[in-house]
Ligand binder design. Structure first.
Ligand code: CO
Length: 183
C-alpha cells in the first residue's frame, strides 16, 4: 500500500527513531517493507526511512541503481555508520521536501553495520551516490534532515523559502497516487 510521505515541518521527522527489536516486528515486517517499497517506488525515490511514513522504527530501505545491472534492494534495520572517509559535496533531494535540491557535504565512502531483513547482522560499504543515500537515510532515523547539513547562512536564507513551500507540501498525499494509476 502506498502511504503518505511526511513532509518538512511534521514533528515525526524530527524525532530519533527507536531501535528495532527484530523478534518483535518479524511478523509485521513483510507488510511494512511492502508499503515502504511501494511508497518509494511510487515517487521514484532512491530510499525511504520508516519515520517518513510515520513509523517510529530504526528501519530504512535503499535501492541501489547501477548502469547495466538490475537495481538491488537493501533493507537496513538499526543501521549505524562504522567507518567513513573523504568528503564530497553533491546535489541531494529528499521525498519529504518535494522538488527541493541542495548541494550537501557528505562522506565519500561509508561502511554501515545493520541487521538485514532476516535479522542477520550485516555490513555494507558504499561510495558515491550509494554512500550518500546511506548517510541521508541514517540521518532521517536520527531525526535529522538534509537541510541541517547546509552551512548556517544558507540554512537561514532557506528557512523563509521553506516556510512558503511547507503549506503546499503538507497537502501532497502520495497515497492518492494509487487511485490515479488504478493499482
Ligand atoms: Co529524505
Amino acid at each position: 500500500m502506498i502511504r503518505r510521505i511526511c513532509k518538512y515541518g511534521e514533528p515525526v521527522l524530527r524525532r530519533k527513531t527507536k531501535n528495532v527489536r527484530y523478534e518483535k516486528i518479524r511478523d509485521r515486517l513483510p507488510a511494512i517493507l511492502q508499503d515502504m517499497w511501494e511508497t518509494c517506488g511510487a515517487v521514484n525515490g532512491l530510499g525511504l526511512a520508516a519515520n517518513q511514513i510515520g513509523l517510529d522504527l530504526r528501519l530504512a530501505v535503499i535501492e541501489i541503481r547501477k548502469d547495466g545491472v538490475p537495481p538491488r534492494r537493501l533493507v537496513l534495520i538499526n543501521p549505524e555508520i562504522k567507518e567513513k572517509s573523504g568528503v564530497v559535496r553533491e546535489e541531494e533531494g529528499c521525498l519529504s521536501f518535494p522538488g527541493l535540491f541542495a548541494r550537501i557535504k557528505r562522506h565519500e565512502k561509508v561502511t554501515i553495520a545493520f541487521l538485514n531483513e532476516k535479522g542477520f547482522p550485516s555490513e555494507v560499504s558504499g561510495q558515491g551516490l550509494f554512500a550518500r543515500a546511506l548517510q541521508h537515510e541514517i540521518d532521517h532515523l536520527d531525526g535529522k534532515m538534509f537541510t541541517d547539513r547546509l552551512p548556517m547562512l544558507t540554512r537561514l536564507k532557506l528557512k523563509k523559502v521553506l516556510r512558503k513551500l511547507a503549506p503546499g507540501w503538507a497537502k501532497i498525499d502520495e497515497s492518492e497516487l494509487a487511485k490515479r494509476t488504478g493499482s
